[in-house]
Design a protein around this ligand. Structure first.
Ligand code: ATP
Length: 387
């Protein structure tokens, strides 16, 4: 069997992205040494790109004009964050992250949420098994299509529009992806999030297409929920949800709520997927640049590690993804290894070292206790193959 050598573009970006992405590389290297060794194994070739706020200060753009061509042939992208206190948010977002997502048509944004063992979330009555969701966000159009404009700028009659653009092709492909993902999970259950009571054009089409696509997935149980009611359901009846699909804006908001309910923004991962695999997909923690803690060694790297585990699933290394997820869960289960956002004192370096140590342990080594709630927690997100 030949050995796989994955080319990974690392884009740390801004703020704590510069701390968590190197930590992610360290963990992936430990994993390649421990799990990817031998015939049929794998390793990584990382290439770093210094795009982001500092690049903008030097060059006037967040990334080079032809930057997409530099990473087009990579197997995957590991991304930190984009955001800078001195640069407008719409410039940092559109100039880097969205440029990559849209340029590579990464139309499915996948955000798993679970309460990891021994993480103290705000839903006190909710156990790990009651909150196990995957939110699928439409990532290429809708409210963030960039359609709109401003006229009469600075004058009293100034006007501005942001038009939500939904296409039949765009909605069909994300519905199909979400139904297929729901089918691949044990409960085979999908909630289609909508707002068709108030938005009576695009969201009505969204609902109609959900009904049409559902006919291809007779074995998937599905329901429809208004986005406002969905926020209440996430808090009051978390176990009634499994896989969710929502528009770009709705899912953006719901997934931050999901991350907070699971304990911290610092844990949550996300994947921007091109299901047809024409382009590299991009994996990133959902938190932003968090300049308030930058350079202090306090950033929680778990969101990046979990994103790396999703990347391994996507690259076709489910065993490595499982080993990494188990290591993450074992470390999360030890309060002495909780960083500040989880109420502890551990540093980025200490959490990274602990995850690497756990990875290096042979599978039956007795030293660390298994996390409560089951060690076999590596329920990585299987990405369904798109027709
Ligand atoms: P951006 O403007 O780039 O979206 P932000 O600075 O608003 O990002 P967020 O990532 O949204 O920051 O996080 C809000 C706060 O949560 C941060 O200011 C930080 O204190 C905390 N936080 C976020 N991610 C982490 C992390 N990985 N580790 C520790 N604390 C975090």
């Amino acid at each position: 069997m030949s050995r796989e050598s994955y080319r990974i573009a690392c884009i740390p970006g801004d703020g704590i992205g510069k701390e968590v992405i190197p930590a992610g590389q360290t963990v992936l290297e430990a994993l390649a040494a421990a799990v990817g060794n031998g015939p049929g194994g794998f390793d990584f070739r990382f290439t770093k790109f210094d795009w982001g706020g500092d690049y903008y200060r030097r060059h006037g753009s967040m990334m080079p004009e032809a930057g997409l061509d530099e990473i087009r042939d990579m197997d995957a992208i590991l991304f930190g964050s984009a955001g800078d206190p001195d640069i407008a948010d719409h410039i940092t977002l559109w100039g880097l992250r969205l440029k990559i997502c849209q340029g590579f048509d990464q139309y499915a944004n996948v955000r798993p949420t679970r309460i990891l063992p021994d993480i103290d979330g705000p839903l006190k009555r909710c156990g790990p098994k009651d909150l196990d969701w995957v939110i699928v966000r439409e990532n290429s159009e809708g409210e963030y299509a960039g359609v709109g404009g401003r006229v009469h700028q600075g004058h009293p009659i100034e006007a501005a529009t942001d038009v939500s653009m939904m296409t039949r092709a765009g909605v069909e492909r994300i519905m199909r992806f979400a139904f297929a993902l729901a089918r691949s999970r044990p409960r085979k259950q999908l909630t289609v999030v909508t707002k068709s009571n108030a938005q009576r054009h695009a969201m009505v089409m969204w609902d109609e297409i959900a009904v049409q696509v559902s006919r291809e997935f007779a074995d998937v149980k599905w329901d429809k929920e208004l986005v406002d009611a969905c926020t209440a359901r996430m808090v009051n009846r978390p176990a009634s949800l499994d896989t969710l699909v929502a528009t770009n804006l709705h899912a953006d908001i719901l997934s931050d709520l999901a991350a907070a309910l699971a304990g911290s923004l610092g844990i949550a991962p996300t994947a921007n997927i091109d299901p047809q695999r024409r382009f590299p997909s991009m994996f990133e923690p959902i938190h932003g640049s968090a300049f308030d803690i930058m350079g202090k060694g306090l950033a929680n790297p778990i969101g990046t590690f979990w994103s790396a585990s999703m990347m391994l699933e996507h690259l076709g290394q489910p065993e490595a993804a499982r080993v990494l997820m188990q290591a993450i869960e074992a470390v999360a289960a030890d309060p002495a290894l909780h960083p500040r956002d989880l109420g502890g004192k551990a540093t980025t370096a200490e959490v990274t070292r602990a995850v690497c140590d756990r990875i290096k342990q042979p599978p039956d080594a007795p030293s660390a206790p298994p996390p409560k709630g089951g060690a076999a927690g590596g329920r990585g997100v299987r990405q369904p193959v798109q027709p």
